[in-house]
Each structure stands twice: as structure tokens, then as C-alpha cells.
Design a binder for this molecule. Structure first.
Ligand code: E4P
Length: 218
């Protein structure tokens, strides 16, 4: 199971990289805006900076919503670095673009997926990753994790090679639920990844070990 970090913040990406468990990064236009990254050149340089920190796939999203625009933008993004994966929204033009990219050696991540039918289309078009947004489904009292189970089962049944990238993760518990559901990848904020470290019995156990050591060694 791969761990991606869902941010455009370079310090957080570096912190996750230093932990030694990071396999990639996902960004989106909102995450780039949150870091104050604007303008074509700054955006491209920011993607390059991310690729220099992490030796793994980095999703960079197209802004265009028409087929021709997506193709033009996707080619520019893919040329920035071999690890760039072009993130394309789940729309009619998006599916056409994913098909085009898959036939032309450009890797894709189909984003904004909220149903098994959308995931089926993305796989048939040849997406390398499909990103079901589980947190946003939970937000409207739907079951995001159930969607991961359904897509994983469907892909396994038909032997699709598209990787299920569980996105819009809100907590460490979401990460573990996606692991149980068989997601190939999770993308999560740093706080959710670091939350996996925590258990009170670990803290209590460590305190006792150190106290016992000090009794005889001080
Ligand atoms: C996925 O790649 C998206 O960047 C992301 O997971 C969206 O999450 P949000 O619902 O927290 O915005």
C-alpha cells in the first residue's frame, strides 16, 4: 500500500519524506492556492520543487475543462518531470483526455470520483490512478469507505490495472479503513499520517522502560 501526502506545502512534504514512508504527492488547484502559488511559471516551478523532494509520483491537475485545453496543459505538465502524473477531472472531456494520454504515454489520475460507474469509466479509458473522494461523501452522509470496497472489488473482478487512490481523507481512521478495503494508495494530510503513530500504551510503555533503565544505570 502506497502513502501519498495531499498537500502543496513544501515543509510538510519534506517532513513526510524524512519519515521515510512517503511514496508520492497529490495536489489540486485549491491546495496550490492555499500555499499562495499563482501564475503559470510559479506553478510549474512549484511542481518541480515537489519532484525534487520526493522520488515518487506527483499529481498535477489541469485547469482546462475542454478536451483540447486539457491535452495542451497535460503535455506541458508531463514534460516538467518524469514523475508527474496528470490529474484530470471526471467529465466527458476528461475521459476523452485520459484515453488520449494513455495512448500517448502520459500517466493520469482521474479526480473527483464519487461513484463506481465513474470509476469504471476511468479504468476503461486507461487511467493509471482513480481518486474516489471519501471525506466529501462522508460530509453529505454517504459512505465514502464503502465506495472504496466497491471499486476495489470491481477492479479485481475485471483485472483492471488502474490503482485505487483513496482521496479526501480526513483522519488516521480513514487511512486504516481504506487499508482494510484494499486501496492501492491513500493520499492524506500530514496530520492523518502522523496520527497513525499514536497510542497511549506506547507512551506509557516507553516511560516505564526508561524509568527501569535509570534505576540501575544512574
Ligand atoms: C485528491 O487528490 C484531492 O487533492 C484531495 O484529497 C481532496 O480532499 P478534500 O476533500 O479534503 O479537499
Amino acid at each position: 500500500m502506497k502513502f501519498f501526502i495531499d498537500t502543496a506545502n513544501l515543509e510538510q512534504i519534506q517532513e513526510a519524506q524524512d519519515l521515510g514512508v512517503l511514496d508520492g504527492v497529490t495536489t489540486n488547484p485549491s491546495l496550490m492556492a492555499k500555499e499562495g502559488i499563482a501564475g503559470d511559471e510559479n506553478i510549474k516551478n512549484h511542481y518541480k520543487a515537489i519532484c525534487e523532494i520526493v522520488d515518487g509520483d506527483v499529481s498535477a491537475e489541469v485547469i482546462a475543462i475542454d478536451f483540447e485545453g486539457m491535452i495542451a496543459e497535460g503535455k506541458v505538465l508531463a514534460d516538467l518531470h518524469p514523475n508527474i502524473v496528470v490529474k484530470v477531472p471526471m467529465t466527458k472531456d476528461g475521459i476523452k483526455a485520459i484515453k488520449y494520454f494513455s495512448e500517448n504515454g502520459i500517466r493520469t489520475n482521474c479526480t473527483l470520483v464519487f461513484s463506481p460507474g465513474q470509476a469504471l469509466l476511468a479504468a476503461k479509458a486507461g487511467a493509471d490512478y482513480v481518486s474516489p473522494f471519501i471525506g466529501r461523501l462522508d460530509d453529505i452522509s454517504s459512505d465514502g469507505v464503502q465506495l472504496i470496497y466497491k471499486i476495489v472489488d470491481m477492479y479485481n473482478y475485471y483485472g483492471f490495472e488502474t490503482q485505487v487512490l483513496a482521496a479526501s481523507i480526513r483522519s488516521s481512521q480513514h487511512i486504516m479503513q481504506c487499508a482494510e478495503a484494499g486501496a492501492d494508495v491513500i493520499t492524506a494530510p500530514l496530520s492523518a499520517i502522523l496520527g497513525l503513530l499514536k497510542h497511549p500504551l506506547t507512551d506509557i510503555g516507553l516511560e516505564i522502560f526508561l524509568k527501569d533503565y535509570k534505576k540501575l544505570n544512574s
